[in-house]
Design a protein around this ligand. Structure first.
Ligand code: SRM
Ligand code: SF4
Length: 570
């Protein structure tokens, strides 16, 4: 193993706990941008510098600097938002952002297109809503996601409380955030000032790479538990939450043409009791802190650490660090990784309304003024909102007598798209991609409304319009829409060209495989036309599309790669 660390590692060391020169850069009026290094550090504060890629060429021709702006991501554990918070988030979107509010695939909000001069005001708005953006991005534990399905009653609340607790436990402690964004006002948990003690858990170099945690309650897998670095599958016995199955090493990101990078399903390490949750979680996170690859960021995620050192070794180390013995995993059964829509009543008689928000974009369009509609609902709603990992929304905790009022607003503002959408449309996720994402190779969010009607037409031909099919589009192989867990996925290669991947299962427990590489829309539709025809004619009763493709041997059994080919760091 060489001792050469990745440049970002040195930057973290030199940054004085994530300060860098961000504050100075924000005050520089000569440019709408900040420096490259500050941009890398800014991620830890929950923001990315971007530029509008639609305008790039034109501005280059005019010898102007790119149209720089910032994306800001909130940290909202479990995706829970109060009506008061909603109204503040909506107001800052109107005041400072360009593309409305965006519900992400990790059940939080992003604001895009924020100019440098407005960045601090937007951050302060989020903090006024009693939320934060710290560690929403960067090499730290990110937004902790938690099951959204409100039918899961009292266990739902208990699991959400665990999500909150885990999120708080792993929050960075540096006071840099308060200094830069809140004018030095130090919120309690960020108030350490002794240098050695600033980050007791993370230290100066934080984690080697991003780290993601999720919790869910079977039969719902709406968080895609096997895509998380660390996952907790709730185990309920005799109507009581007794603990969790612990998973480690899930992740989606890969690079086209590089087999040493790959999507991986989390491995189930064992069962932990409630007392063991925090010690076990801390053991996993610190193992990754100490053993993750800090030389080559490509291999720095926990999934590569687990594969490099072995799941058995990893399990022993978790036990040793946490001072526990992991029990054998308990049985679980998932049914779906998508959302369900419409009203459902919970065990206390309160109601929850699942609404489909296409690609999570809450914005006023001529045919559907969603942002206005949700603002009007937030003004009268007395419960809360729940963002889902499928980019959708639940208006949660509604009294029977208030349902009619919510229904009327939903209808007035065209928030009831789910009622007329096909089974595939209701189960679609598309990542942001163009114009804001710097890494996009092809369209995604803007392509979903183009391809979906064409897929609907094919499905209709074969009487499959109501069939639920998980469909996901990512503008590049980083996989922000978790495409490798979709029955049908498009992964961008170049403008208008995608890999067509097929055959994950409906419950998010199997990866799909590449069916065709680098094809255009006409080819995508031709392939799917033939496959839908066969599915319609040959499927077994209640058989999902992904399962059919595997049974009919149209695709090969996906293999879970265990050891990356080139890794010489141990
Ligand atoms: Fe992501 C990078 C958007 C969920 C894997 N992701 C990015 C960036 C920040 C691009 C960049 O680095 O410049 C994208 C910003 C686009 C924009 O304009 O907003 C971006 N990721 C998103 C969001 C907004 C997609 C969405 O449509 O909702 C999601 C925000 C989640 C959140 O609220 O925290 C989002 N990203 C995911 C997920 C899904 C998940 O976590 O469940 C994944 C796959 C799971 C995983 O992490 O393995 C994901 N994003 C990546 C990767 C690949 C990481 C890897 O291990 O290789 C990158 C690139 C990177 O980190 O270098 C990336
Ligand atoms: Fe951008 Fe790629 Fe993520 Fe889509 S999958 S948001 S294109 S990084």
């Amino acid at each position: 193993m060489t001792n050469k660390i990745a440049p970002l590692e040195q930057l973290k060391i030199d940054s004085n706990y994530l300060r860098g020169t961000i504050a100075e850069g924000l005050n520089d009026p000569l440019t709408g941008a900040i420096s490259h290094n500050d941009n890398l550090l800014l991620k830890f504060h929950g923001s990315y510098q971007q530029d509008n890629r639609d305008l790039r060429d034109e501005r280059r021709k005019q010898k102007l600097e790119p149209a720089h702006s910032f994306m800001i991501r909130a940290r909202l554990p479990g995706g829970v938002v109060s009506p008061e918070q909603w109204l503040i988030f909506d107001q800052i979107a109107q005041d400072y952002a360009e593309f409305g509010l965006r519900i992400t695939t990790r059940q939080t909000f992003q604001w895009h297109g924020v100019l440098k001069r407005n960045l601090k005001k937007l951050m302060q708005g989020i903090n006024q809503a009693n939320a934060t953006t710290i560690a929403a991005c960067g090499d730290v534990n990110r937004q902790v996601v938690s099951v959204s399905n409100p039918l899961l009653s009292q266990h739902h609340a208990a699991v959400f409380a665990w999500a909150q607790k885990i999120s708080d436990h792993f929050l960075p402690k540096t006071s840099a955030y308060a200094e830069i964004w809140l004018d030095g006002k130090k919120v309690e948990e960020l108030s350490h000032d002794s240098n050695e003690e600033v980050e007791p858990l993370y230290g100066k170099t934080y984690l080697p790479r991003k780290f993601k945690i999720g919790l869910t309650i079977p039969p719902t897998n709406d968080v895609d538990i096997f895509a998380q670095d660390m996952g907790f599958i709730a185990i309920i016995e005799n109507d009581e939450l007794i603990g969790f199955n612990l998973t480690v090493g899930g992740g989606m990101g890969a690079t086209h043409g590089d087999d040493t990078t790959y999507a991986r399903l989390g491995s189930v390490l064992g069962f932990v009791t409630l007392d063991e949750v925090i010690p076990a979680a801390e053991a996993v996170l610190t193992l990754q802190r100490d053993h993750g690859n800090r030389e080559e960021r490509r291999y720095a995620r926990l999934k590569y650490t687990v594969d490099r050192l072995g799941a058995d070794w990893f399990k022993e180390q978790v036990e040793a660090r946490a001072g526990i013995t992991l029990q054998s995993p308990k049985a679980w059964n998932f049914e779906r990784n998508g959302d369900q829509f419409g009203w459902v009543e919970d065990h206390t008689g309160r109601w929850h309304l699942g609404l489909r928000i296409n690609s999570g974009r809450v914005i006023d369009r001529p045919d559907a003024p969603l942002q206005t509609g949700l603002r009007e609902i937030a003004k009268v709603h007395t419960g809360h909102f729940r963002l889902t990992c499928n980019q959708n929304l639940i208006i949660a905790d509604v009294a029977s007598e208030d349902k009619a009022q919510i229904d009327a607003l939903v209808e007035q503002y065209k928030l009831d798209a789910y009622k007329t959408q096909s089974g595939i449309a209701r189960n679609t996720i598309a990542c942001v991609a163009l114009p804001t994402c710097a890494l996009a190779m092809a369209e995604s969010e803007r392509y979903a409304p183009v391809i979906l009607p064409k897929l609907d037409a094919l499905l209709d031909k074969y009487g499959l319009l109501e069939q639920e099919i998980v469909f996901r589009i990512s503008g590049c192989p980083n996989g922000c829409a978790r495409p490798y867990l979709a029955e049908i996925a498009l992964v961008g290669r170049a403008p208008g060209r995608y890999d067509l991947r097929l055959g994950a299962n409906f419950k998010g427990e199997r990866l799909n495989v590449v069916y065709q590489q680098n094809i255009d829309e006409a080819e995508i539709l031709t392939h799917l036309d033939g496959l839908f025809a066969r599915y319609s004619a040959e499927r077994h009763q209640d058989e999902y599309f992904g399962d059919f493709l595997l049974r009919a041997q149209i695709i090969d059994q996906p293999t879970q790669r265990l050891i990356p080919l080139v890794l010489e760091t141990v």
